[in-house]
Ligand binder design. Structure first.
Ligand code: SAM
Length: 241
C-alpha cells in the first residue's frame, strides 16, 4: 500500500509516521509514504501558493494550479491499473470511521490532499478528489493531523503491519462493540485484583466474560453503538427463526 500526501508541511507527516508501528512498517516496506510539498509546484519564486478568496472574507486559500500540478506529477508515478482514491481531508467530509478505513485499505494507492488557511480553491477539488473525509466536527489549522490519523488507521489493516494480525480483528469497532477491559501484571495493583476468570485458564469462560464486558461497556459509553448492536442481534434472531 502506497500513501501519497500533498501538503505544505511534508516533514510533519514523515516525522510523525516514522515512529512505532508505522515506522517499522515503513522500514520493512509493508507500506510506503511519499510526502510532496505543494510549494514545489508554485510558479512564484518565493514558493507562494495562497491567495485571497474571491468575494472577500478573512483568510487565504491554496490556489488550484500548484495542487493540480502536484497531483499530475504524483499520478505519473503511479502505475496504470493501480486502484487509487484521492482524499481531501476536510471538516466538510464524511466522518472517518473504521468502516471507511476497511474500504480504503483495498486500494493500491491513496493520495491525500491536506488543506491549510481557509482551504483549497473549489475548482481543483472538483477535478481531482474522489472522497471528502473529516476526522471530527471541529476545525484544525491544517489537514496534516487528519491525514496522519487516517494513514495510521489504514496502515494497521495492511497485512503484516500488526505483529499479531488477530489483534485488529478483536478490538473496538471491528464488530459493533467496544473492546472488553484488559489487565497485565501484577495480579493485584492498588488493591485491585485482576478478575479471577482471566486467571482460570478456561477459554470458554474467558470468552463469554469478555463478550459480556464488551456489551456492558458499549452500553455505558456508546449508546449509539449499543442501539445498533441490539438491532443487529434482533435481526439475527428473526433470520434464524
Ligand atoms: N474553512 C474551512 C471550513 O470551514 O470547512 C476550514 C479550513 S481549516 C482551517 C484548514 C484545513 O484543515 C482544511 O482545508 C482541511 O484540510 C483541514 N481540516 C481542518 N479540520 C479538519 C477536520 N476536522 N477533518 C479533516 N480535515 C480538517
Amino acid at each position: 500500500m502506497q500513501f501519497h500526501v500533498m501538503t505544505l508541511f511534508p516533514e510533519m507527516i514523515a516525522q510523525g509516521l516514522a515512529n512505532s508501528i508505522t515506522g517499522r512498517a515503513l522500514r520493512e516496506k509493508l507500506i510506503s509514504l511519499n510526502c510532496v510539498n505543494i510549494r514545489d509546484y508554485s510558479d512564484n519564486r518565493h514558493g507562494k501558493v495562497d491567495d485571497y478568496s474571491y468575494g472577500g472574507g478573512a483568510g487565504m486559500l491554496i490556489q488550484a494550479e500548484p495542487v493540480y500540478q502536484c497531483y499530475q506529477n504524483l499520478l505519473s508515478q503511479i502505475p496504470d491499473g493501480h486502484k487509487k482514491r484521492v482524499i481531501y481531508v476536510t471538516p466538510q467530509g464524511r466522518p472517518f470511521c473504521q468502516e471507511i478505513a476497511e474500504e480504503l485499505v483495498k486500494n493500491d494507492d491513496l493520495i491525500f490532499l491536506c488543506g491549510h488557511y481557509e482551504g483549497v480553491d473549489e475548482r481543483v477539488l472538483e477535478e481531482i478528489v474522489t472522497d471528502y473525509v473529516s476526522i471530527g466536527d471541529y476545525v484544525l489549522t491544517g489537514g496534516e493531523l487528519p491525514a496522519m490519523v487516517m494513514i495510521d488507521t489504514i496502515a494497521r489493516l495492511v497485512d503484516g503491519v500488526l505483529g499479531n494480525d488477530a489483534s485488529a480483528e478483536i478490538e473496538s469497532f471491528h464488530g459493533k462493540l467496544l473492546e472488553y477491559p484488559q489487565f497485565t501484571r501484577p495480579e493485584v495493583w492498588h488493591d485491585k485484583a485482576v478478575p479471577s476468570v482471566l486467571l482460570s485458564g478456561d477459554a470458554a469462560r474467558i470468552r463469554s466474560w469478555r463478550i459480556k464486558e464488551s456489551i456492558q461497556r458499549t452500553r455505558e459509553r456508546r449508546e449509539d453503538l449499543y442501539r445498533d448492536y441490539c438491532r443487529l442481534v434482533q435481526l439475527e434472531e428473526i433470520l434464524l427463526r
